[in-house]
Design a binder for this molecule. Structure first.
Ligand code: ADP
Ligand code: MG
Length: 289
């Protein structure tokens, strides 16, 4: 059973905007060995901007942007929102005959009778659409677009690290906690972000189910020696949040599914709040014993 003092600690945590869904999770937070972060919306702001548009095969940049905004009309992904914001005009949703969001990959839709794909390079390749090799000078996420079986261009979208993310990672590294980042994004972006933030290990190009596999590897590696935390925000993250010893969700940006699956909810979407949660847990333990 959990020492009574941890129940008091829950109140202290909530005053710092940290909701702990049980005294056992506060106790577990005293014993963290690995912290695994999702990238988009957790370490980065999840606020993307379209920074470059490259159109080809007789499409103009304007037309390419309109196609992208139209097929992204119904998506709640931060990338979709950035494309709609850049388009800035009304979207003719009546031109979309069918629409499917492929989790962690992008969109497949039928627009004015033509098949359209918008998303990761893999999404196009898997549908037998050849994509030229892009020179990757800028750091960002490329959204590749294809119309009627042909590659028509790409949008370069970038996101920025959250304020305080670097300090939070440094704090964790300093007390000997292993820091890890998992992402569905491309490895070029993952490498740049993890280097910028001082994250020790990263794994990129992951599908939502691959994130669960990686989490399980870390659980096995710790094998009861210490606790594994996963911090995420998205709908896709719910299975990983459930599987972790302690699942931590971002309360502001986070999806309802993530908040529900989590054991701890950070009301402000700041990675530094995880460090506060661990500090509060350790302090609570000290005053109990
Ligand atoms: P993360 O793991 O960083 O939180 P996701 O798993 O949500 O990222 O998405 C992984 C990748 O799939 C994105 O970086 C993007 O390339 C692509 N993607 C996902 N959803 C969309 C969408 N609606 N439109 C375009 N691309 C998308
Ligand atoms: Mg995410």
């Amino acid at each position: 059973s959990v020492p009574l003092g941890y129940f008091g600690g829950i109140g202290g945590a909530s005053r710092h905007g940290i909701l702990v869904k049980g005294a056992n999770y506060l106790e577990a937070l005293t014993d963290v060995r690995t912290v695994i972060f999702d990238k988009t919306g957790t370490l980065t702001q999840g606020v993307f901007e379209v920074n470059k548009i490259e159109a080809m095969n007789e499409y103009t940049e304007e037309q390419l942007l309109e196609i992208a905004a139209t097929v992204e009309a119904h998506s709640s992904h931060p990338i979709a929102k950035s494309i709609r914001d850049r388009w800035g005009k009304e979207i003719d949703t009546a031109s979309i005959a069918s629409y499917e969001e492929i989790s962690g990959k992008g969109i497949r839709a039928v627009l004015n009778g033509k098949a359209v794909f918008a998303g990761k390079k893999d999404l196009l390749l898997q549908n037998s659409i050849s994509v030229p090799e892009l020179k990757m000078n800028e750091v960002g996420t490329q959204v590749y677009i294809a119309v009627d079986g042909k590659y028509t261009g790409n949008l370069l979208i970038s996101d920025r690290a959250k304020e305080g993310a670097k300090e939070a990672v440094a704090n964790l590294n300093q007390v000997g906690i292993t820091t890890v980042m998992l992402t569905g994004d491309h490895s070029t972006v993952a490498k740049a972000v993890s280097e910028q933030l001082g994250i020790k290990e990263y794994h990129a190009d992951l599908l939502p189910e691959d994130k669960v596999t990686w989490l399980e590897k870390y659980l096995q590696k710790e094998n009861g020696k210490g606790k594994v935390v996963f911090v995420g925000d998205g709908i896709n993250d719910a299975p990983v949040l459930t599987r972790a010893d302690i699942g931590v969700a971002m309360g502001g940006l986070g999806s309802d599914a993530a908040i529900e699956a989590a054991d701890v909810v950070l009301m402000e979407d700041q990675p530094s709040k995880l460090v506060s949660a661990i500090d509060i847990a350790r302090f609570t333990k000290k005053i109990i014993w």
